[in-house]
Design a protein around this ligand. Structure first.
Ligand SMILES: C[S@@+](CC[C@H](N)C(=O)[O-])C[C@H]1O[C@@H](n2cnc3c(N)ncnc32)[C@H](O)[C@@H]1O
Length: 333
């Protein structure tokens, strides 16, 4: 085990989960945040998705990190406090640790058990590294629970998870990260690129139906934690590319007219009605750099794979380039 391992628990309260789910099921169209996919089973299903042939983003991003890790480490700066947002299995950061040699690694994730397991395993493998794991929701204001002032800060945000946010909210999240990093801090972020819609669709609707199980697990989680009575066989997974918005959408489609109870409240579905459970925005390199610029960063470098499927950007916080929210929306639309 590393010389320091700490765990900080800011996991969202059950009451917040209940309020967000019931608000989402009351809304028209019905929608739930993708952050709720990640209970223990959801995190394990996501790890299985990353192994699928159709799911090119993980292996492509890993290939870019393997190829350019030394350059990335040089830009981020050694001996830093390294925050990782949505760290999941912490698999990708391992590709950078030897070159980067951070003083402190702070994985942050909403999925508590999965985070503890991954962070403990990493701490055992890197005994010289101080590991401070934080279970928190980065879609709202979040704290950096341990941050000695003398350590320069950098952040790693892989997996194109930024694409799960509407562009304005993505800009706001990048701004919050910039505030935590301070002027001159670096963010290394993985962003999925626009491409052939068929390839995208297959990545989110695989033949083995692992993504379908991942999507449906959300209903199982609601049944278990919020006293719901969703019948899973009455819903199915749908993934489609929305070209106007430049995003993949995942939905759960109701097969029949039905009424479902969650936390004591009844929700009606007509046959064919959907719950929108995830958006995954795709950006060109230029679009993402524009978004980052408005959020207060200068683009320093970008790496892509030979097929131009995925991009990894190194951004430097530069408060002079901070734009407003309206401009942030315009930058990407
Ligand atoms: C798409 S997976 C990516 C996992 C890993 N970073 C990778 O690249 O393979 C998203 C990760 O972010 C976490 N996550 C999703 N929404 C979150 C939120 N609002 N706050 C904190 N973590 C979140 C999930 O638990 C999951 O581990």
């Amino acid at each position: 085990m590393s010389k320091t391992f700490n765990f900080y628990d800011f996991h969202p309260a059950l009451a917040d989960f209940r309020a967000e789910v019931t608000d989402g099921l009351r809304a028209e169209p019905k929608m739930l945040s993708p952050k709720f996919f990640y209970d223990k089973a959801g995190s394990e299903l996501f790890d299985a998705i990353t192994e699928l042939t159709e799911y090119y983003p993980s292996r492509t991003e890993i290939g870019i990190l393997e190829r350019h890790g030394e350059d990335m480490a040089r830009l981020l700066g050694r001996q830093c406090l390294l925050l990782e947002l949505g760290s999941g299995s912490s698999r990708k950061i391992r590709l950078l640790l030897d070159a980067l040699q951070p003083r402190v690694y702070m994985p942050m994730d909403i999925s508590r058990e999965h985070l503890i397991g991954s962070a403990e395993a990493l701490a055992a493998d890197y005994p010289e590294l101080e590991v401070h794991a934080a279970c928190a929701d980065y879609s709202a204001e979040f704290e950096i629970p341990y941050g000695p002032a003398h350590l320069p800060r950098a952040a790693f945000f892989p997996g194109s998870s930024i694409g799960n946010f509407e562009p304005t909210a993505a800009g706001e999240l990048l701004q919050r990260v910039a505030e935590h990093l301070g002027d001159g801090g670096r963010l290394l972020i993985g962003v999925d690129l626009k491409k052939d819609p068929l390839r995208l669709q297959r990545a989110y609707d695989d033949a083995e139906q692992v993504t379908a199980a991942f999507n449906l697990n959300l209903l199982q989680r609601i049944n278990r934690e919020l006293d719901g009575d969703f019948e899973l066989q009455q819903f199915s997974h749908r993934a489609l590319y929305n070209p106007q918005q430049g995003r993949i959408e995942m939905h759960l489609v109701s097969h029949v007219d039905q009424t479902v109870t969650v936390a004591g409240e009844r929700f009606s579905f007509v046959a064919g009605e959907t719950i929108h459970t995830e958006s995954s925005y795709k950006y060109s390199v230029a679009e993402f750099q524009q978004l980052a610029n408005w959020a207060g960063y200068q683009a320093e470098q970008v790496w892509t794979d030979d097929e131009q499927l995925f991009s990894v950007h190194c951004l430097r916080v530069d408060s002079r380039s901070t734009g407003g929210r309206q401009e942030c929306r315009e930058a990407v639309n």
